[in-house]
Ligand binder design. Structure first.
Ligand code: PLP
Length: 222
């Protein structure tokens, strides 16, 4: 199967309201161009330098999503063009994103990362931390940030019931936050979960953005 067929095969299984983020990290610009020529417009990257180089080299109507852990001192490089930052998990990072967004005269959409997986090494707010963060209300001061939803990663396991329960937990949290803080606005709409190995489960549990890399581009060589 060629790249275009792989993308189309995924795209045609997606229900309305679910968008594909093609995760192109570690793959060359030429492959992204090939995916672009097949109609794909949203790409996800997790390294700032790589993202900046690809943004420079590739068509300007690509929607670039930053999906990895973002270091505060690197926000300035992607602030001028990034369409969505998926994995925001600290107040410090929000302060910097807001500052750099102001500098660029932009409002930058972000997702708050919630930790629902069993692994202890992953980043993100715990569900309780996230609820406290929302209740505390400090987030309202970030005038150049648009809070667009939440993101999570499930445990890396074959246990589909566990994966489903983690996505379901994230979905419940999303709805709670949406009802309590965004009921009168139309901005908090995105649930970013599901990767190559678990995206069908993610879609059953509320995902609106699936982040797929290896299934499209093949294995990454680091
Ligand atoms: C690399 C990565 C993906 C894509 O993973 P695949 O298993 O290759 O589909 C998705 N989300 C995040 C945060 C990633 O870092």
């Amino acid at each position: 199967m060629n790249l275009s067929e792989k993308i189309n095969n995924i795209q045609k299984t997606l229900p309305a309201g679910v968008r594909l983020v093609a995760v192109s990290k570690y793959h060359p610009a030429s492959l992204i161009q090939e995916a672009y020529d097949a109609g794909q417009r949203i790409f996800g990257e997790s390294h700032v330098q790589e993202l900046v180089a690809k943004h420079d080299a590739l068509p300007k109507d690509i929607e670039w999503h930053f999906i990895g852990h973002l270091q505060t001192n690197k926000v300035k490089y992607i602030a001028p063009f990034v369409s969505l930052i998926h994995a925001v998990d600290s107040e410090r990072l929000l302060v910097e994103i807001d500052k750099q967004a102001k500098r660029c005269g932009r409002t930058i959409p972000v997702l708050l990362q919630v930790h629902v997986a069993k692994e202890t090494t992953k980043f993100g707010f715990t569900p309780d931390e996230l609820l406290n963060f929302m209740e505390n209300g400090d987030w309202r001061q970030y005038t150049n940030i648009r809070f667009s939803g939440i993101m999570c990663m499930a445990t890396n396991t074959d246990d589909e019931a566990l994966i489903a329960s983690e996505f379901e937990q994230a979905k419940t949290l999303f709805h709670r936050i949406k009802e309590k803080y965004f009921s009168d606005s139309d901005t908090f709409n995105e649930c970013s979960w599901g990767m190559s190995g678990d995206y069908p489960i993610a879609i059953e549990h509320g995902s609106t953005l699936i982040r797929i890399g290896s299934m499209i581009f093949g294995e990454r060589t680091y």
